[in-house]
Design a protein around this ligand. Structure first.
Ligand code: EPU
Length: 425
C-alpha cells in the first residue's frame, strides 16, 4: 500500500491540464451498453475507478479498447451475462449505473446491492423506485438486486429524496427510459453537469431527451440506439481541488480545460474569501497572495456548492482568518477528514452535520490516514500548507479519482514522494 510523504511550504506555480470527468465518464461508459454498435469516447481519465468500470463492461460482454490517443472504444459483443457481482460493486459503488442500461436493453439484470461507504449510508431506493415506475419488477436476493421487464413503458416519476435529487439515480432512470415505450417525465431530476453530459451522449446515440440540466427531464422512448462519438466534460471536482491547491499554497496556477460555468458556487466562495479567479481562454487562472477570510459553506445539489469539494475547502478554511462554518446537506456523515485535519493542528468542532472551523492556524505536518477519495485530497492540500513533513497513508483512495496527483503537483513545485507504506513507517 502506497503512502505520500509531503514536505510542506512550497508555493505552487505553473500550468496544468484538468482531466476528463470521472463522474461523467462512469455513467457514459455504462450507457454504451444500450447501443447496437461501437462508441468512441474521448477524454476518459486514466483512473482506478475507470479501470474497474472497464473490467465490469468486459464481464458484461463488451469489447473495450483504449486507442493510442486515449479514446476508449466500447462495443457490446455478447449479451448473455447481465450480472454485476459483489466483487466488482464493492470496489466501486458507481457500478450501480449499469442497472438502468442493462434492464432496458436486455430485459433483465442482477447487480449486487452496493453497501455504505466511508462517506455514509448510500441507499439506492430511489433508483429502484424509478425503475419500478417504468414497469420493472425488482426483488432482492442474496444481497443482489434482480430486475426484470419485458418492455419498459414511459411514466411520470418523482425522483427526489430526503437529501434532494440523486445523480446516479437520475442517470439510471434517464438511460432506461431511452428505450421505453412512450414518454417519461422525471421530476426532481439531478441538474449536475454529469447528467447533461450523459444526456448529450444518449442524444448522439439517437435518444430523444429534453430538459436535461433542469429538474424536469422528458425522455421519449425510441426502439433502438446506435454507437456514437462523444467527448467527456472536464472534471469540475479535479479543477476545484487544484484551485484550492493554488489558494492554500499562496501560489498561482493556470488550469486548462476547465468549465468555469460548472464551478460557479466554488468560484464564488473562493472570490469571497480573497482568492483571485479569472477566466482565461479554455481555463482559469487562480492566485492568492495573502491570508484568506473565513466563509460559511453549505453543500447542496448542483448548482449549489458541491459535496465533493467540502473536504478540500475545509483544509483551506483551517488556515483562513477567523471562524468558518461548513454544513453538509448531501452526505451528513461525510466528515472522516475532520479528525485527520485536527491531527495536523486544524481546530475543528463538529456538531451533527456542521463543523465550525477556528481559522488562523499554522498546520504542522504529522502522519494521517486517507479514508476516502475527497478526504485524501483534503489531506494532500493540508500537507502542502503544513510546516514540516506530512505522511498520508492509504493513498489508494486518491488514485481512484486523481491521476498521478503527486507527479502533477510536483511539476508545479510541490515536494511529494510516493513510497511503499512499510518505508514510510
Ligand atoms: N440517496 C438516497 N436514495 C437513493 C440515492 C441517493 O437516499 O436511492 C441519497 C444519498 O444517500 C445522498 C443523496 O441522496 O444523501 C445524494 O446522493 P446521490 O445519489 O446524488 O449520489 P451518487 O449519485 O451515488 C454521485 C457522485 C458522488 C457525489 C454525489 C453527490 C458518482 C460516481 N458519484 O454519487 O461522487 O458525491 O453524486 O454529488 O457520480 C466522489 O466523486 O467522490 C463522489 C462520492
Amino acid at each position: 500500500m502506497d503512502s505520500f510523504v509531503i514536505e510542506g511550504g512550497a508555493r505552487l506555480r505553473g500550468t496544468l491540464r484538468i482531466a476528463g470527468s470521472k463522474n461523467a465518464a462512469l455513467p457514459v461508459m455504462a450507457a454504451a451498453l444500450l447501443a447496437d454498435g461501437k462508441s468512441v469516447i474521448a477524454d476518459i481519465p486514466n483512473l482506478q475507478d475507470i479501470r474497474s468500470q472497464i473490467e465490469l463492461l468486459k464481464l458484461l460482454g463488451c469489447r473495450v479498447d483504449r486507442q493510442a490517443d486515449g479514446k476508449l472504444e466500447i462495443e457490446v459483443a455478447d449479451e448473455s451475462c447481465s450480472h454485476a457481482p459483489y466483487d466488482v460493486v464493492r470496489k466501486m459503488r458507481a457500478s450501480i449505473c449499469v442497472l438502468g442500461p442493462l434492464l432496458a436493453k436486455r430485459g433483465h439484470v442482477r447487480v449486487s446491492m452496493p453497501g455504505g461507504c466511508a462517506i455514509g449510508d448510500r441507499p439506492v431506493d430511489i433508483h429502484l423506485r424509478g425503475l419500478r415506475a417504468l414497469g420493472a419488477t425488482i426483488e432482492l436476493e442474496g444481497g443482489d438486486i434482480i430486475a426484470h421487464a419485458d418492455k419498459l413503458h414511459g411514466a411520470e416519476i418523482f425522483l427526489g429524496g430526503n437529501f434532494g435529487s440523486t445523480v446516479l439515480g437520475t442517470a439510471n432512470v434517464m438511460s432506461a427510459a431511452t428505450l421505453a415505450q412512450g414518454t417519461t417525465v422525471i421530476e426532481c431530476a439531478a441538474c449536475e453537469p454529469e447528467i447533461v453530459d450523459l444526456a448529450d451522449y444518449l442524444t448522439s446515440m439517437g435518444a430523444k431527451i429534453s430538459g436535461h440540466g433542469t429538474p424536469r427531464i422528458v425522455v421519449q422512448g425510441v426502439p433502438a440506439l446506435h454507437g456514437a462519438e462523444h467527448r467527456i466534460i472536464p472534471d469540475r471536482i479535479e479543477a476545484g481541488t487544484f484551485m484550492v491547491a493554488a489558494a492554500i499554497s499562496n501560489g498561482e496556477l493556470n488550469l486548462d480545460n476547465v468549465r468555469i460555468d460548472h464551478l460557479m458556487a466554488a468560484v464564488d466562495k473562493l472570490r469571497s474569501i480573497g482568492v483571485i479567479v479569472e477566466k482565461s481562454g479554455e481555463g482559469v487562472t487562480v492566485a492568492s497572495a495573502r491570508r484568506l477570510e473565513a466563509a460559511i459553506i453549505t453543500t447542496q445539489p448542483y448548482p449549489g456548492f458541491p459535496t465533493d469539494l467540502q473536504a478540500q475547502f475545509m483544509a483551506l478554511l483551517a488556515i483562513a482568518n477567523g471562524n468558518s462554518i461548513v454544513s453538509e446537506k448531501i452526505f451528513p456523515d461525510r466528515f472522516m477528514h475532520v479528525a485527520e485535519l485536527t491531527r495536523l493542528g486544524a481546530r475543528m468542532h463538529r456538531e451533527g452535520a456542521t463543523v465550525i472551523i477556528e481559522g488562523e492556524q499554522q498546520l504542522i505536518g504529522a502522519p494521517v490516514m486517507a479514508s476516502d477519495l475527497r478526504a485524501s485530497a483534503a489531506l494532500v492540500l493540508a500537507g502542502l500548507a503544513a510546516r514540516g513533513t506530512t505522511t498520508i497513508n492509504r493513498v489508494y483512495h486518491i488514485d481512484r479519482g486523481y491521476e498521478k496527483i503527486e507527479e502533477r503537483l510536483n511539476a508545479l513545485g510541490a515536494n511529494i514522494k510516493r513510497v511503499d507504506q512499510s518505508e514510510a513507517e
